[in-house]
Design a protein around this ligand. Structure first.
Ligand code: MG
Length: 241
């Protein structure tokens, strides 16, 4: 009887014992050593970022739709001035983007006419910039929306005239050799540090009216929209993923 009891207890406790006896080194992975990136102090870009504009005076990394960009720079900011959209000289695919902007302090209009600009991922997919502080408009057109496709999860806008930030994780759409879509683009996004888009699957290129569709493309520039409102930008950087 005593022997039987010992046998039963051993059978029950042995798996527990062997779990404790496992070598923790077996689950250590030494095959990949993450590269060192020095994070930026005081809002500065991290060490491996491509700096597109950092409180500068020149638009050397940018071009207009035709020729040199004509946006103003003043006090180390760049300012939309009605001369048309600008885009980066360099093209991008999957990326992490940080961008800071502010809408005019003086409120002069309403709805879509108030602090309107936009960040076009790959020149095609607009993340809306709008002064959405106590400003009614359609949800999928307010600040932080994927324009006409997805409203932001929450409205974390600051007051007019205050600096704000978007931090975006974007995966470009993929196409096969025949130009058919194999993977749509996705976007995750923070507005002033608050999650507002959670891996949203982009439905196609931004259109003002009608249904969005995809057209095959490779890497393309980042584009900033001139919607006629004097929105300001500073500190823009991007990391390829
Ligand atoms: Mg816009």
């Amino acid at each position: 009887m005593r022997n039987l009891l010992i046998a039963v207890l051993s059978a029950l406790l042995l798996p527990l014992g062997s779990a404790f006896a496992q070598d923790p080194a077996l689950t250590e992975d030494w095959s990949f050593k993450p590269p060192v990136v020095t994070p930026g102090k005081n809002q500065k870009p991290p060490s491996d970022a491509i700096v597109l504009f950092y409180r500068g005076r020149d638009l050397a990394n940018w071009e207009g739709r035709e020729g040199d960009p004509q946006w103003k720079t003043r006090c180390r900011r760049m300012i939309v001035n009605g001369t048309g959209d600008i885009r980066t000289k360099e093209s991008f695919g999957d990326c992490q983007l940080h961008i800071e902007f502010r809408s005019p302090r003086r409120v002069e209009s309403e709805g879509q006419g108030r602090g309107n600009s936009g960040v076009y991922m790959q020149s095609l997919y607009e993340v809306q910039i709008l002064d959405s502080y106590e400003n009614e408009t359609y949800g999928n057109g307010q600040a932080g929306s994927v324009y006409k496709q997805a409203a932001p999860l929450v409205n974390s806008s600051r007051k007019p005239g205050k600096w704000q930030s978007y931090d975006i994780i974007y995966h470009a759409p993929k196409f096969d050799e025949a130009g058919n879509l194999t993977d749509p683009a996705t976007i995750t996004m923070f507005h002033n540090g608050v999650l507002i888009q959670d891996h949203f699957v982009i439905q196609g290129g931004t259109v003002y009216a009608g249904e969005p569709t995809y057209q095959a493309h490779g890497e393309l520039p980042l584009l900033l929209q001139d919607h006629g409102n004097p929105v300001q930008y500073r500190n823009i950087w991007i990391r390829r993923l």
